[in-house]
Design a protein around this ligand. Structure first.
Ligand SMILES: [Zn+2]
Length: 346
């Protein structure tokens, strides 16, 4: 871990550097292109505990990078280069993990996670949660990641209603009790769903005790939310690794959490708790079974498909050529529909 604080380090990075000792116990470098990992200065060789290899005396360059052990496009280890430096069993361990050029840059991964990929910020936070709570560091996310996140939001294959809501939720511009009070209104109310906490955006959409069952039952694992207290920060730090469906399901879920809150607040209706991320699958299954199959059986050639699964309908109007479950589902719908002469989605 040769990194130093560098130019204008963020509060997170400074804290990470302060905790290098803790980090060293559990993390190692995952090799992408090998250009930012030192052969003799970073823990990168797969082993029980991350260790830094000792440079043999015949290797004179102290700061060589892992890229010297890889071929030009970083797709394969160069056997001769490995053998010139490491014992047989270490060569075998290195070769057990193929280089992953699609990862791009090398990055830190956490060793002790069940999936083997536990991002350093999360891992570090779980260890150091108490320490973190002593800091009042505010939002701490870098601009590049934030820009990538915004671009991604606007490309999501969902109707703009959900995208705009997600965007507003991230910017904190939805009229919660807290934000109205900040604008000078005197409300003096707590969160209307749980009556036990001030209602800011993160509480209303994510953290309210009243929502926790939905999170637990969701189709995707959103547990990283507990390490954050702000939707934008949560998503910029964590969602880069999420599939498109996972982010889409979250956007839809946040929208409905807000709708549910408004129904309770203004009409005193308590909506049924639907777990997050299931809606579109159920909708497709039901409209396929009840509608299209019946139409097919009775020999119809022209059908109009109407569904309240806006997410699915919107995606059906795109080429559906991305590698995702939702896209696969839509391709399934389209191929099913190819037995009709005319299909209109509504
Ligand atoms: Zn609440």
């Amino acid at each position: 871990m040769g990194a130093t604080c560098g130019y204008r380090p963020s509060a997170t990075w400074r804290s990470l550097m302060a905790g290098k000792g803790v980090l060293n116990k559990g993390v190692r470098r995952s090799i992408g292109n090998g250009r930012s990992t030192g052969v003799w200065t970073d823990p990168w060789i797969p082993s029980d505990a991350p260790t830094i290899s000792i440079r043999p005396s015949h290797i004179e360059i102290e700061d060589e990078e892992v890229s010297v052990l890889l071929n030009e496009d970083a797709t394969e280890w160069i056997d001769g280069e490995l053998r010139a430096r490491f014992e047989e069993d270490i060569c075998t361990r290195i070769k057990s993990i193929p280089p992953n050029p699609s990862q791009g840059d090398d990055r830190w991964i956490w060793e002790h996670d069940s999936k083997g990929l536990y991002y350093v910020k999360t891992g570090y936070r779980s260890l150091m949660l108490e320490t973190w709570n002593q800091f009042n560091h505010g939002l701490d996310i870098d601009e590049g990641s934030t820009m990538r996140f915004w671009k991604r939001i606007w490309k999501l294959p969902i109707t703009s209603r959900y995208k705009v809501f997600l965007w507003r939720a991230c910017l904190g511009i939805i009229p919660t009790v807290d934000s109205l009070e900040r604008r000078g209104m005197v409300i003096n109310e707590e969160c209307g769903m749980c009556n036990s906490a001030p209602e800011d955006v993160f509480h209303a959409l994510v953290d309210c005790p009243n929502l926790q069952l939905l999170w637990v039952m969701a189709s995707f694992d959103y547990s990283s939310r507990v390490y954050h207290a702000n939707i934008l920060e949560w998503l910029v730090v964590e969602a880069a690794e999420w599939s498109e469906e996972k982010l889409v399901a979250l956007a839809v879920a946040l929208y409905h959490a807000w709708e549910r809150r408004n129904n309770k607040k203004f009409a005193n209706e308590v909506s049924e708790q639907k777990s997050y991320g299931h809606g579109w699958r159920e909708s497709w299954t039901s409209f396929k079974l009840k509608g299209l199959e019946m139409a097919q059986q009775i020999g119809k050639t022209h059908v109009i498909v109407e569904s309240d699964a806006k997410l699915v309908i919107d995606m059906l109007k795109t080429p559906c050529n991305q590698a995702s479950t939702l896209n696969a589902l839509c391709r399934d719908i389209l191929s099913f529909c190819s037995s009709f002469q005319v299909v209109i989605f509504n």
